[in-house]
Design a protein around this ligand. Structure first.
Ligand code: ZN
Length: 81
């Protein structure tokens, strides 16, 4: 299980915990490995970080719902190509 590659969907699910420091070392490692090889998730992470900075407070929960839906739709489009 711990050797398994993180999928984009899994990453989206745990990004909040990642930013809040709630992941274990192993989980954080898998998260960072995925972001290095997946530009879609790297952009997503940047976007969330930037939004949090601009907002000056953590409003991830509201943000998550919208961006999560958009991102997952984008992943489905990529797969169709
Ligand atoms: Zn990804």
């Amino acid at each position: 299980m711990s050797d398994q590659q993180l999928t984009c969907e899994e990453l989206v699910e745990i990004v909040t915990e990642y930013l809040e420091g709630g992941l274990s070392d192993a989980e954080r490692e898998r998260f960072e490995e995925h972001v290095v090889v997946c530009s879609g998730c790297a952009n997503y992470l940047d976007q969330i970080r930037m939004t949090i900075e601009l907002a000056g407070r953590v409003t991830i929960d509201d943000l998550m719902e919208e961006t999560k839906i958009e991102l997952l739709a984008a992943f489905r489009d990529w797969r169709r190509e």
